[in-house]
Design a protein around this ligand. Structure first.
Ligand code: NAP
Length: 320
């Protein structure tokens, strides 16, 4: 099979397309023929060598794939060759023609959802669902700010929160991103490049502030987030690229909480809950992953530059 391989941690060009042996499924494993692979920011951090989790070299990047089951190993129940599926993690890497996965990380892909869309589900939608319902227990009627709503996690969060009956506000940094988040039915969207957008966003809640903020860039926004919370408000730190100084009094004054999350910490039981909910949402059409860009597998280096560039407008996927 063709696969992207990283032989040394480094810049995007450290990823090269190579011929690799076809994997075969062992007990409890599923082999997926990949039709699309999702590109997530975390895969750039891992490839650079700067991330806490460093795979053994050489390795194939990627967590999220969608495709067709090629074969299943002994003991796998409920998944069969020919099934359409998406993955939430792989053993051998998603940026490849074939991906070996644990059966617990393979989920049904409804016929109405394309493979490119399926490749946008694993990390982004699971992150958004876990942030909202497992980390801060958002409930219908609450007000949420998706701070960075135009990217993979942000669009997922807007759709999930909207379907659950929350009042949904978002931010994006370009006119195209703002239009996209509005199309995905956020109640209001603000430009996070403008100087006054947080004041405008709080004013749009009638001055009450947000019950929940999903934060994609905490090192920039956390101090302002704390001032924008309602009484008892909660911030979930999803994305962060540096350090920041906050005034803890802003949290005290609102009985507020700041919680972190890493999807890598999710338990098997919680993961099963998340994907049961996501598959239902894909089936009933409330979850509709938005593809911003499709690129050939050989363009993996360019895809890593693109995912770290401003101006998100949905998910970047690689097509083997
Ligand atoms: P993405 O598709 O690249 O989107 C990035 C988002 O951040 C875009 O909406 C972008 O908006 C927005 N952004 C840029 N500048 C911002 C600012 N000043 N304030 C608020 N938002 C800003 O990435 P993603 O897949 O959605 O992931 C988002 C972040 O979450 C990344 O840092 C990623 O590493 C992290 N993440 C964490 C977990 C976890 O388990 N904790 C899981 C998944 C992702 P514009 O481009 O429109 O400016």
């Amino acid at each position: 099979m063709k696969a992207i391989r990283v032989r040394e941690f480094g810049p995007p060009e450290a990823m090269r397309i190579e011929e690799a042996p076809d994997p075969s499924p062992g007990p409890g494993q599923v082999l997926v023929r990949v039709r699309a692979a999702g590109v997530n920011p975390v895969e750039t951090y891992i490839r650079s060598g700067a991330y806490a989790r460093r795979p053994t070299l050489p390795y194939t990047p990627g967590h999220d794939a969608a495709g067709i089951v090629e074969a299943v190993g002994d003991g796998v129940m409920g998944i069969a060759a020919g099934d359409r599926v998406y993955t939430s993690e792989t053993v051998t890497g998603a940026y490849a023609e074939l991906a070996l996965c644990s059966a617990t990380r393979v989920h049904p892909l409804p016929a109405s959802v394309s493979y490119a869309q399926g490749a946008a589900v694993g990390v982004p939608y699971a992150t958004a669902w876990r942030a909202l319902f497992q980390r801060v227990r958002a409930v219908p009627g609450e007000t949420v700010l998706v701070h960075g709503a135009s990217g993979g996690v942000g669009i997922a969060a807007v759709q999930i929160a909207r379907a659950a009956g929350l009042r949904v506000f978002g931010t994006a940094g370009t006119a195209e991103g703002i239009a996209l988040v509005l199309r995905e039915r956020a109640h209001a969207v603000f430009d996070h490049r403008s100087l006054s957008y947080m004041e405008e966003a709080v004013a749009a809640t009638g001055g009450r502030g947000f019950d929940v903020i999903l934060e994609m860039l905490a090192n920039v926004n956390l101090p302002r987030d704390l001032k924008a919370l309602a009484m008892g408000g909660r911030v979930v730190v999803i994305g962060n690229r540096g350090t920041v100084e906050i005034d803890p009094r802003d949290a005290m004054a609102r009985d507020a909480s700041v919680v972190g999350m890493s999807l890598f910490n999710i338990s098997d039981a919680d993961r099963a809950v998340v994907h049961a909910a996501l598959v239902a949402g894909l089936e009933n059409g409330t979850l509709r992953p938005v593809i911003g860009r499709e690129m050939p597998l050989s363009a993996a280096p360019e895809s890593h530059v693109a995912v770290m560039s401003p101006g998100a407008r949905g998910k970047i996927v690689l097509l083997p």
